[in-house]
Design a binder for this molecule. Structure first.
Ligand SMILES: Cc1cc2nc3c(=O)[nH]c(=O)nc-3n(C[C@H](O)[C@H](O)[C@H](O)COP(=O)(O)OP(=O)(O)OC[C@H]3O[C@@H](n4cnc5c(N)ncnc54)[C@H](O)[C@@H]3O)c2cc1C
Length: 532
């Protein structure tokens, strides 16, 4: 029988699907602001009162106690962190949280800044925004600050983290001096280059399948007032690849190297240098102020003028320059978000929180996203940069593309699941590039469900890696071809209780472990079989 009458659910679905920008502005932004303000105030109070170090050991003991209880109960269920999957930055939501035993890790803070050793000790749920704000107030920064404010230390270590200083310092994992891990046996292990070295090497990319991270010690470097950014527009693909490659390898001259690609042949290569002095060669541009144009739009305007330019960007503004617009993803959520009037009135409120955006996905937006939308970072050896841009152009036609360099160092300390590029003669090249593709491809007839597996094959064939926060359609076999599991598997055999407690990485990051937000909303614990 045909249903008639007023259906509130359908109206809501209609608004969320067809007036997403308006909904995000009127409903999600105010909630996001209140939540973010609460978190920021709480973090500042804890940081200034230095209360976190006093509670840290006790909280770690609580984690250990939960593992002991699991063992007492016969260690039947698999384990995972209790952090809500909605809060993770990925567009996917972990469904394994519903079937695994959740271990609560209430560790959110900075513990100690050691200015002599130049390190900071942090808890795993401390976020990039929180750390950069606190460190800069004391005259320091992390050498690698992955862009978005809400990325967490735990996620960046157990997953992956990169930034435009990664040509010099490598991935986020390379700035880690040590980890404190609670193992499935319930032991607290300190891991570093000299202690529990195997575990230290294999923690990055392991996605919490070797133990729970409860603290990390990270390198810090002195903060400066500005980043002097030199913007160089390029108008051919060869020029783009050549200049980007040269700049990335010129580690002594550039603290940051970034590329924004606006078409197959055009882009802007940016190099940045930390400095306290503002020179006479360019103006100060506080790009992070609420009324300022989104960064990638600003860069595009320089490309359109084909004008080489120098600017002095205040340090924190530079480190989080893509945060307000989630790179360029915001344009598809609030299409009028970069309008001067919107910026003047509400620019300070951006971005809406990721968990709210995910939670309000509808069946229609899910279908559209899966078919027509891409969020991927592919990490390929620098020598394949040109071929990769051509591939993206041929099969996606999606711009801008983000280019961020990343070194995979050829040293014992950190060889784990990924390795530097080695050619047929055994020659090693440590320089990779992260190509970030976010948005709706313009390629006629594009379908993400078929395009993604082909892209993944291209990346495997070119000795690359996929960033695993994003959706992956790799088969288990291809996943193992991409990521070297040999040392990881040996260690899992050796660590007591490890295999009982944790599934493999693939079980967490593939469609076995994750679903779309709208599917997750419909799931209830009883719908899934427990993994034993
Ligand atoms: C819009 C967008 C922009 C992004 N921008 C950047 C960027 O600029 N630079 C960059 O490097 N990356 C970026 N990323 C990707 C990001 O690096 C990953 O999402 C990363 O894993 C951090 O995410 P998270 O803090 O949400 O961690 P989560 O997704 O919550 O965690 C990642 C993994 O680590 C495990 N884990 C986390 N904490 C612990 C713990 N304490 N113990 C054991 N296991 C743990 C989790 O179980 C999970 O498997 C971006 C992603 C999106 C969606």
């Amino acid at each position: 029988m045909k249903k008639t009458g007023f259906d509130l659910g359908q109206v809501f679905e209609y608004i969320l699907t067809h007036h997403r920008g308006l909904f995000a502005t009127v409903i999600l932004l105010p909630i996001s602001c209140v939540y973010s303000a609460f978190v920021a105030i709480r973090n500042q109070i804890v940081f200034r009162m230095r209360s976190a170090p006093l509670r840290h050991d006790q909280r770690v003991q609580q984690v250990i106690q939960q593992i002991e209880d699991w063992k007492k109960d016969g260690s039947k269920q698999k384990l995972c962190t209790a952090r809500s999957g909605w809060q993770a930055m990925s567009e996917m939501v972990p469904k394994y949280k519903l079937t695994r035993r959740n271990i609560h890790i209430g560790l959110y803070d900075l513990l100690e800044i050691n200015e002599i050793n130049q390190t900071v000790r942090v808890e795993p749920l401390a976020s990039m925004g929180q750390i950069s704000r606190s460190l800069i107030s004391k005259g320091w920064i992390l050498p690698v600050v992955p862009e978005l404010d809400d990325l967490t230390v735990g996620g960046l270590i157990m997953g992956f983290g990169v930034e435009t200083s990664s040509h010099k310092y490598g991935l986020f994992q390379y700035i880690c001096e040590s980890f404190d891990i609670v193992t499935a046996e319930g032991k607290l292990l300190h891991c570093s280059a000299t202690e529990n070295t195997e575990l230290f090497r294999l923690i990055p990319w392991s996605h919490g399948t070797l133990g729970f991270l409860v603290a990390a010690e990270l390198k810090i470097i002195p903060a400066r007032k500005f980043v002097r950014v030199h913007y160089k527009p390029v108008t051919t693909l060869d020029e783009m690849c050549r200049i980007f490659d040269e700049d990335c390898r010129n580690v002594a001259s550039h603290d940051f190297v970034e590329g924004l690609v606006y078409s197959r042949d055009t882009g802007v290569i940016m190099t940045g240098t930390l400095t306290d002095q503002k020179g006479n060669d360019g103006p100060v541009n506080p790009i992070g102020r609420w009324y300022k144009s989104w960064f990638y739009k600003h860069v595009e305007s320089l490309l359109n003028q084909n004008r080489e330019t120098v600017e002095y960007i205040p340090l924190r503004h530079y480190l989080h320059r893509h945060t307000r617009s989630y790179f360029w993803a915001m344009e598809e959520i609030i299409s009028f978000g970069n309008h001067p009037l919107f910026r003047a009135l509400l620019g300070w409120a951006l971005p809406p929180r990721i968990e709210l955006l995910k939670y309000t996905e509808t069946e229609t937006t899910r279908r559209l996203r899966e078919k027509h939308h891409v969020v991927q970072d592919m990490l390929v050896p620098m020598l394949h940069l040109k071929k990769s841009i051509e591939y993206f152009d041929d099969f996606f036609d999606l711009y801008p593309l983000w280019l961020s360099p990343m070194a995979i160092f050829d040293n014992d300390q950190h060889l784990g699941l990924i390795h530097p590029y080695r050619d047929a003669n055994g020659q090693i090249d440590e320089m990779y590039v992260d190509i970030g593709a976010y948005g709706t491809p313009n390629k006629k007839g594009f379908d993400g469900r078929t395009a993604l597996p082909l892209l993944e094959r291209f990346v495997i064939d070119h000795h690359g890696y996929q960033a695993l926060y994003a959706k992956t359609l790799l088969s288990e076999e291809d996943f193992r071809a991409m990521f070297d599991h040999s040392a990881y598997e040996e260690l899992r055999e050796k660590l007591p209780f490890c295999k009982q407690a944790f599934g493999e990485i693939y079980d967490k990051v593939s469609l076995r472990g994750r679903v779309s937000p709208v599917q997750m909303r419909k799931l209830k614990p009883g719908d899934l079989k427990s993994e034993e």
